[in-house]
Design a protein around this ligand. Structure first.
Ligand code: ADP
Ligand code: MG
Length: 709
């Protein structure tokens, strides 16, 4: 049945293997398996212990004489008799098996399909739990396999104990089919596997050879081998990714230069004097880290993490003012126009009366005005520009962009970074980059997908913050909630009401227009209610936000457009309708719109969760207001919509490595990758050639390593 194994190469297509026709090949492809190499990368999910075979007499001795005693046993013999017993659904198949040393009983329940397959004279091997019943041994629902020849042939040595691999499978591809295919190619494949890690290095990190690692996971000699093989394979995945990230970083350092900015006590004093309050110690600390990066010619690549309301904008502004003090430019990019407008307003507010020239640039701006600002940017007549990510488009040129700050943008990845190239003046010049986020990246991701970023974290809130109380309330009690909110409006407070839709639709979800209408005629009669959503044009949004900020509007009924950045300290109550439809991180962001002033703030989540996940998100939201806890939880609870940047990063998921379980291996891989790239920044040494090739194949594209090669 088999192709000669010497014809099997690592790149042989699985369709060329015996027993693999077009439909099986397609089923393999659905598991991502196309070649022999892919096949052996498909590692077992677990192992089944197959016991050494014994004669029936020896198995009986092993079981012992006590009635009811049980043991896992395996025997080989011939079926002597078969009968069907019981009625209807309770039918069972009873058989006896003999091997010359003794007899055992076999019983299968609910297995009518066995009736035609187990017949007298059949030679088979059975294994499973055996139990002592008086003087006979009884196997119930044992596993069995028919033997080709008669049992007991002189040359048929009984197999020893073995750990049989059980492969992750699909409906159309059983573990046994996968097992057979792997068994067929394994020896040939192992003989061809080259190791990209040197013996000396393997010894240092106590890892087996790559071929041995594959042998250990696919055909372990004993229980202790699979973890050893697995450890090597997991480590390889982590090491390749870390090397890729470090290679990228070294490349950036070698080939890109940034404008080094000036910093001294006078500049520091000058900058902090512009702020209406002193920086907190927590802000001070991250400012120090950022200022130190900005003085280098190596482009900064830093993420600024800090919970909602921790004061990231001031920190970013500090960096931008360092650029201005050195005679260069800075830009601040936000994911939405509303947020860009908000940033623009708060920055112009803080720098009011000074000489810093600030402009707002958005897509919805009249073309003539836009062109004017673009020309000013190119001519160096603007110091700081605030806008959306449209600032990254090619048509926009700067005289000398020293720092690019982006807010709430997890996907500020390879491409965005590349588009900043040259905006600092010369083609090899790269602005320093600061990425701000309130949704911290879980530790494991920050070490892998975002491993190229340095991290700064604002660890404490500005003084005078009131904790936000969060309550989950069923929809049937919504009217009580709104009555209560009314009492707070009457005391001069303001409120947000968040709903999932803009217009009425068949989904039955509350929408901005009808809900605002209903509230204005109901609980919020005689109150000033306004609406806000993404389809309003800029002038209208400005008008609405200004009225709300000035207190002319008491209630803002909005979609999630207010999710990030909106900052109105007097707004202390938020009601979120259909809260179970929102992701945990999103709820956290929304909730961050309140609790910005001195008043006790409240966030009411109205929801009748229909799924367990929905319930879990609400529970998590109610029980913690700490963004860092929320982001770790968010990875555990799947949610509708987008997850963090991990999926968008384009990086291949790990096949073997499993985080956080393999965190120790990850640390080791990271440590060694850093040292490795320090020794050989381009991985150009001949002994690293294979490693380099595998690395570029695995991650070259996702990491944008094209120009490294
Ligand atoms: P983030 O972007 O981190 O969510 P912001 O930068 O919007 O937070 O700041 C939140 C609020 O805290 C703003 O109203 C800001 O004026 C205020 N704030 C920032 N830093 C300080 C500080 N050092 N002392 C007092 N208030 C501050
Ligand atoms: Mg912010």
């Amino acid at each position: 049945m088999s192709t000669p194994t010497r014809e099997i190469a690592l790149n042989t297509n699985v369709a060329a293997l015996p027993g693999v026709g077009p439909s099986r090949a397609a089923a393999f492809a659905r598991l991502g398996i196309r070649s022999v190499a892919d096949l052996i990368r498909h590692v077992p999910a677990r192992y089944e212990h197959e016991l050494a075979e014994e004669t029936i007499a020896a198995a009986g001795d092993a079981l012992g004489p006590t009635h009811g005693a049980t043991a896992n046993l395996a025997v080989t013999g011939e079926i002597a008799s078969v009968r069907v017993a019981g009625f209807g659904k309770r039918t069972r198949l009873e058989a006896t098996i003999e091997d010359g040393t003794g007899t055992a009983r076999l019983t299968w329940f609910n297995a009518p399909y066995l009736r035609n397959r187990i017949h007298p004279g059949l030679a088979l091997r059975v294994r499973g739990k055996a139990q002592r019943h008086g003087d006979y041994m009884q196997f119930t629902n044992p596993k069995w396999s028919a033997l080709d020849g008669p049992p007991g042939d002189a040359d048929q040595t009984p197999p020893a104990d073995r750990w049989r691999p059980v492969y992750p499978a699909t409906e159309s591809l059983t573990p046994a089919v996968i097992e057979r295919a792997i068994e067929h190619v394994l020896d040939a494949a192992l003989a061809q596997i080259e190791d990209h890690l040197s013996e000396a290095y393997r010894e240092q990190v106590a890892m087996p050879r790559l071929a041995d690692a594959y042998r250990m996971v696919h055909r372990p000699a004993d229980e202790s081998e699979p973890p050893v093989g697995r450890r090597r394979l997991a480590f390889d995945e982590l090491l390749l990714l870390q090397l890729g990230v470090m290679l990228k970083r070294a490349h950036r350092r070698d080939t890109m230069t940034a404008i080094p900015l000036k910093h001294n006590d006078a500049i520091d004093r000058h900058i902090v004097d512009r702020f209406p309050w002193p920086l907190t110690a927590a802000q001070r600390q991250v400012v120090t880290e950022i200022a130190s990066d900005l003085q280098q010619t190596v482009p900064m690549n830093r993420m600024l993490q800090g919970d909602v309301g921790s004061g990231k904008t001031a920190v970013a502004l500090y960096g931008m003012l360092m650029a201005v003090a050195s005679g260069h430019q800075a830009c601040l990019m936000a994911p939405t126009e509303i947020l860009a407008e908000q940033h623009f307003r708060s920055i112009t507010g803080m720098l009011h009366g000074g000489r810093v020239r600030i402009e707002l640039l958005t897509g919805s701006m009249p073309a003539a005005q836009r062109r004017e600002i673009e020309a000013a940017l190119e001519g160096g007549d603007v110091d700081i520009v605030v806008g959306t990510h449209a600032l990254l488009t090619e048509s926009i040129r700067f005289r000398s962009l020293a720092l690019a700050v982006t807010d709430e943008q997890h996907r500020f990845g390879v491409e965005q970074r590349a588009s900043l190239r040259g905006k600092a003046g010369e083609p090899t010049a790269m602005p320093h980059v600061l990425v701000m986020t309130a949704t911290p990246i879980p530790r494991t991701l920050s070490l892998t997908v975002f491993g190229d970023l340095d991290l700064s974290t604002i660890k404490a809130m500005p003084p005078g913050r009131q904790p936000i109380v969060t309550r989950v309330v069923p929809a049937i009690e919504a009217s009580n909630v709104y009555d209560y909110v009314r009492t707070r409006l009457d005391r001069g407070e303001q409120a947000y009401v968040v709903v999932p839709a803009i217009e009425e639709s068949a989904t039955g979800l509350k929408d901005v227009h009808s809900h605002a209408e209903a509230l204005a005629q109901g609980a919020f009669r005689e109150c000033a209610v306004a609406t806000m959503h993404g389809r309003l044009d800029r002038a209208e949004r400005d008008r609405v936000m200004t009225a709300f900020r000035d207190g002319a509007t008491q209630v803002l009924v909005a979609t999630t457009v207010i999710e990030v950045g909106v900052d109105v300290p007097n707004a202390s109550v938020m009601v979120i309708e259909h809260a179970d439809r929102f992701g945990l991180a999103q709820l956290h962001q929304l909730r961050g719109r309140v609790g910005r002033g001195e008043r006790k703030s409240l966030c009411v989540l109205i929801a009748d969760p229909v799924t367990e996940d929905g319930q879990a998100r609400l529970d998590a939201s109610e029980s913690t207001t700490h963004g860092f806890i929320i982001s770790e939880k968010d990875l555990e609870i799947p949610r509708p919509g987008e997850l963090f940047g991990a999926r968008q990063s384009g990086l291949a998921p790990f096949l073997v490595a499993d985080l956080p379980r393999d965190l120790e291996l990850l640390r080791m891989a990271r440590r060694d990758a850093i040292a490795w790239i320090e020794r050989d920044p381009r991985l150009a040494a001949p002994e690293n050639a294979l490693l380099r090739r595998r690395l570029l194949k695995a991650h070259g594209e996702a990491l944008g390593l094209g120009d490294v090669g």
